[in-house]
Structure formats: C-alpha cells, structure tokens
Design a protein around this ligand. Structure first.
Ligand SMILES: [Zn+2]
Length: 170
C-alpha cells in the first residue's frame, strides 16, 4: 500500500458497504480507478460481502436461565478454588523450611507447634465460682490473689499453715 493510499484505508470498507458520505465517494472512486492495490482491496471486500451470510441462531427459551445457572456454578467453583488456594498457601508457608533445615526437622517443628497448641493451658479466665469464693473470703479486692488461681486452689492449705503458725506463736 502506497503512502497516498493510507488516507483511503478506512474509507474503502465504508465505500464498499455504501456507507461513505457522498462528498467522499467521488474522491475514493477517483483513487480506486487510478490505484491497482486499492482496487484489489475493493474487489476483495466485494467478494467477502457476496458470501452467503451465516444463519442467525435463535437462542432457545431456556438459554437465559441455563446461562445464569452455569455462570453461578462457575463463580462458586472459583470461590471454592480461591478458598482452597488460601489453605494451600498457609500449609505451604507452614511447611516451607529455611535452607539447611531437613524435611524431618521441618516436620518435627510442625509436630512441636501442633503439640504446643493442643497442650495449651485452659482458658485463663477465672471461673465464676472462684470469684464468688474469693468474694466470700474478702479477697475480692486483692486481684493478685484472685488472678493466681493456683494459690486459690491451695487456699485451704495456706490457711491451715497460717493457723499453725499462729498456734505456734500464740
Ligand atoms: Zn491506493
């Protein structure tokens, strides 16, 4: 295609389709008659236009419903896949070991962490019953003692020891 042809490039399709404004048709026709490459393009476009048009396909009445159902399934599958990927990346991060750490050491570390989790102490919140007992014993104001549930469990023992001490002193 020559440089002079480039300004006609877009007009040729509209010309063949009969959609080119009248004021530009004469100019394009003059050029096409004088230019072999553009006249070849026009001939080619006319051949394409002459081809039989493929029949329009009417979607079935069910198409709309089936399309949206299928789309919903695809979206759900994508979400499930994303969830799986998240877990996979967590597992990968967990089991990805620093260079030099053997696989068995990595696994041992994993088992150790899981064991720590399973053996974690029970919830640290003070049971309601112990708070009530502490209140009865006028120890409620002394949070240090209340928070030390170990000491509360042995409170009777401590009290006995106190009494023994007082007996000795008395
Ligand atoms: Zn040309």
């Amino acid at each position: 295609m020559k440089i002079s042809c480039m300004k006609y490039e877009h007009d040729l399709v509209a010309y063949v389709d009969g959609e080119l404004p009248a004021d530009r048709v004469a100019r394009v026709e003059r050029h096409v008659q004088a230019c072999s490459s553009c006249s070849a393009v026009v001939a080619g476009l006319r051949q394409v236009n002459a081809l039989p048009q493929p029949p329009l396909i009417e979607p079935s009445a069910e198409f709309d419903r089936m399309f949206w159902t299928k789309l919903a399934h695809v979206r759900q599958a994508q979400q499930e896949h994303r969830g799986l990927e998240r877990w996979r990346s967590v597992a990968k991060a967990f089991f990805t070991r620093p260079a030099g750490l053997s696989l068995s050491a990595g696994l041992a570390l994993g088992v150790f962490v899981v064991t720590l989790y399973l053996l974690r102490p029970p919830h640290a919140a003070l049971p309601q019953q112990e708070v009530m007992v502490a209140a009865d014993l006028d120890l409620y104001a002394n949070l240090d003692v209340i928070e030390n549930s170990e000491a509360l469990e042995h409170f009777e023992l401590i009290q006995m020891l106190d009494e023994l001490e007082q007996d000795e002193q008395g």
